[in-house]
Structure formats: C-alpha cells, structure tokens
Design a protein around this ligand. Sequence first.
Ligand SMILES: Cc1ncc(COP(=O)(O)O)c(C=O)c1O
Length: 378
Amino acid sequence: MGDWLAALDRRADLRAKAGLTRRLRPRAAGDPVVDLAGNDYLGLATHPEVTAAAARALSAYGLGATGSRLVRGSTDAHHALEDALADWLGTAGALVFSSGYLANLAAVRAVVQPRTLLVSDAHNHASLIDGCRISGAETVVTPHADVDAVAAALAAHPGRPAVVVTESVFSVDGDLAPLAELHATARAHGALLLVDDAHGLGVIGPEGAGGVAAAGLAGQPDVVLTATLSKALGGAGGVVAGPAPFVRHLIETGRTFIFDTAPPPAVVAGVHAAVGLARAGGGLRAELAERAALAVRRLRAARLTVSDPDGAVVSVTAPGPEAATAWAADCRDRGVAVGCFRPPSTPDSRSRLRLTISAGVPRPDFERALDVIVECAP
Ligand SMILES: Cc1ncc(COP(=O)(O)O)c(C=O)c1O
C-alpha cells in the first residue's frame, strides 16, 4: 500500500539531488518585500478603484459564481467585462475563463479540426503545450522565434489545416515573437495564428492592447488571441478573443468553459475596472519600459547575462539550478522577491532569475532591488 508513497519519496530525492526542489514560502498580507516576482505589471491588483469595484460585486453576488454560466446563468458583470475586452483587443468577441491556463486549453482545442497540424514555438508556456497535447493534434515544435522553421513545417504538410501557436512577449526571456512575420507566413499557407498575449496585454501596444495589436493584427479573421487576466490586470481568469463564430463555438463546445465554475463576479468586476485603468495607463507603461532598460543596463554593467526585454520580463542567467535557488534566496533574505526558473520550467537547460517589473513598486525600492540582485550574484 505504501509503495507508491515510497516511490514519490524517491522521486523527490532525485529532484533534490538535481537542485530542483520546490518549496512553498509563507506570504503575509502587506508583505514588505520588493516584488519583482509577481506579474502585477501596472500595480492594479491593489488599486483602490479595482478593489472597490470587486467589493461592490462581492456584496451584490456573494463569493463565488456557484456554477458554470451555462448552468447557473450569465451575470451582467461577465458580459460587461467581455464587451470591454473585445473593444480593447479589437476583436468581434471575447469569452472569459476562470484562468489563463484553461483559456489556452480551450483555445487550442477549438482551433483543431480533423488532420490539423499545430506548429508550436519551443519556448511556449506549459498551458499552450498542454493545450496542444490535449487537443490530440499532431504538433511540430519549432525552434524559438524561427519564422523560417515555421514556414518549413507548414510547407512540409501541404493541404492540411494548420495553426501556428506562439506567445507574444515570452514568459521566460521577455522577448517578443515576430508576430507580423508569423502571421504573413501562416496566411501564405492558409494557416491560423494563435497568440497567447499573457505578458503583452497591458504592457505593450496601443492603449496597452498587447502584442497582437502592436503588430497590427487586431481583429484579423485568421488570428485568435488568448490572455490571462492575472498579470497586468491584477486579477484572475483568462480570456479567448477572436471572430464571433469562434467565440460561439467555445461557448458551445469548450470543455474548460462548460465544465468549469465561472470566474467569481467580484473578480470579474475588479478586472473590468482594471481594463479601464490599463487602457489609460500610458504613463505606467512608459515607466515600465524605462525600468526594464535600467535593469538591463545595471545588471549588464555587473557582467551578468541579461535578456533583451520587449516587455516587462527580464531574465538573468544563473550558473545552474542550485546557484539560481541560492541567489533568489539571498535576495529574498534582503527583502527582494525574484522569480527563480530552473529546468523543467525553462525551455532549455538554463536556469535563470526572472524579474517581472512592476510600475506599482516605488522607484527607490526598485533601484535598491537591482543593487541587491547584483550584490547577491553568485
Ligand atoms: C504565457 C502564459 N500563459 C498562460 C498563463 C496562465 O495564466 P493563469 O495564471 O491565469 O492560469 C501564464 C502564467 O500564469 C503565462 O505566463
């Protein structure tokens, strides 16, 4: 009976030997740490207009949605958020999910027909990878941001329906996919382009509408967009946006929409308030871009290997998984939270610190945090 638990212990030992143990750390309310680990890019998670909108919906609707929207009914709050998102993203329709992960599972599955080929970037997020797997479609993984490889994969399967799957600003190194080129390539082969704009939404593009809008692809009939509502919008949930028949298809067939309790109305209302603030947040975006450039300059001056960020994600190479863990722990001991990415959460064998820059962090704290990262470097 206990064999399976002993097997789990052995696997935990192997992870520990490889420096890949993961541990939960306590987080108190009002945690004084300088946060370069979360994804609250615009500082909206705690914005008074956002929390007030959520509080109003909380007292109106109660804590949870109490069921899926098809079964329990679809609130005004959900529709208002979807209208606001579609307007912002420039799409005919939008559908919210209870997480970005579930939005991606639904989106990938919904674009797959019999014989569809999926062409997926090697740096794609786990939720896109799982979406490809769950869809059951044949998937070709192409080298990161390699448009020629995408073209070759499509050309090798003529006559088949195909979908190119990518992030916009990549979650690991913060670089922007060549979206316009990918779209032109996809279109030349009659393929669709599916973009996860999780780290682009609110951060880049006109009125912060994300990487798809920045590439001039908003509303294109052969583009499907997904995003999480948990990063620049400071809340929780996910969205899939695209042509109206596609959204209808998701409502009627999307398993992670149909068989999942709807996101809580309070969160939905808070995110709706955040959309308005994010659209008007040009000053916050300028501050983010400036901080990202400052981080790169400071860290490179200390001879660290730093990615070229196109959004607010900056990755710093660590010598190995143990060194990355120790580096992040030393930073935390000095009051600075940074992300620590090690295989298998990285698409290659490289371990990294990941800094997610937030305009909500006071500027002096941000600059001090950069000094701490340098001083703690292995
Ligand atoms: C690129 C990307 N897509 C999707 C997700 C999943 O979103 P959520 O946390 O809302 O499930 C994340 C991270 O959270 C992400 O970084």
